[in-house]
Design a protein around this ligand. Structure first.
Ligand code: SF4
Length: 217
């Protein structure tokens, strides 16, 4: 029988509605430009959500455009996003990105995966989140939560997020490509946690194969 994605993901959607939004989605709600989504996604790499949110708000309050960010300079940008992980490297990348956008893209974030991935510090995950959350273009952003949960649920079998993106995009209806990231990030932070997930409170507990889960609560 084909998988009923609407039923399964709607159940998760109802559950996570009361959970805090992932930081990048919250930034999108506060300041909806693709530029703000790109900046906060870069800050979010290897950084806790609460820190990402604070650092993004700090920086975007003074750098609402690539030109504003260029004007701040690398040292000031690093100070504004501290203590985000790798804040010095991210500051250097953000300055370079701002420069490229001004020089080659009329100061705009390009709505194109390959062009986004040519920017320093931007990989597939970041490009897809910018396309999906920033532009509303269907793109499947597979981060550690999406990768882990998709494998545990047995939707796909993959040892790498990039492969998960490819396999999942073959089977998941396109209408879920953008929302699934927000759903599974929230879900992965609170219920289907990396170590010892809370299966007893999970709405799909009974039909979840729990692949690779050694211990659960
Ligand atoms: S039943 Fe457990 S392993 Fe399966 S999705 Fe729910 S929390 Fe994750």
């Amino acid at each position: 029988m084909p998988r009923d994605w609407d039923r399964e993901l709607a159940a998760l959607e109802a559950l996570v509605r009361s959970y805090p939004e992932p930081s990048v989605n919250e930034i999108k709600s506060i300041n909806g430009t693709p530029w703000s989504v790109l900046v906060s996604t870069i800050i979010s790499l290897r950084t806790k959500d609460a820190v990402t949110l604070k650092s993004s708000i700090n920086l975007l309050s003074l750098a609402g455009t690539p030109q504003d960010l260029m004007n701040l300079g690398e040292k000031k940008v690093a100070g504004l996003i501290y203590p985000a992980g790798f804040y010095n490297t991210k500051a250097a990348n953000l300055i370079q990105i701002a420069h490229i956008l001004i020089e080659s893209h009329q100061g705009q974030v390009p709505p194109d995966k390959e062009t986004l991935m040519s920017l320093p510090g931007v990989g597939l995950k970041t490009a897809n989140l910018v396309l999906g959350v920033g532009f509303g273009i269907p793109a499947l952003c597979v981060d550690i939560h999406v990768h882990r949960i998709a494998n545990r649920r047995g939707w796909i079998s993959s040892d790498k997020p990039d492969l998960t993106e490819k396999l999942l995009s073959d089977i998941l209806p396109e209408k879920w490509w953008i929302p699934i990231n927000r759903l599974l990030v929230s879900y992965g932070q609170i219920i289907c946690t990396p170590v010892s997930p809370y299966c007893s409170t999970c709405p799909v507990n009974e039909d979840c194969p729990k692949i690779g889960v050694k211990k659960f609560r």
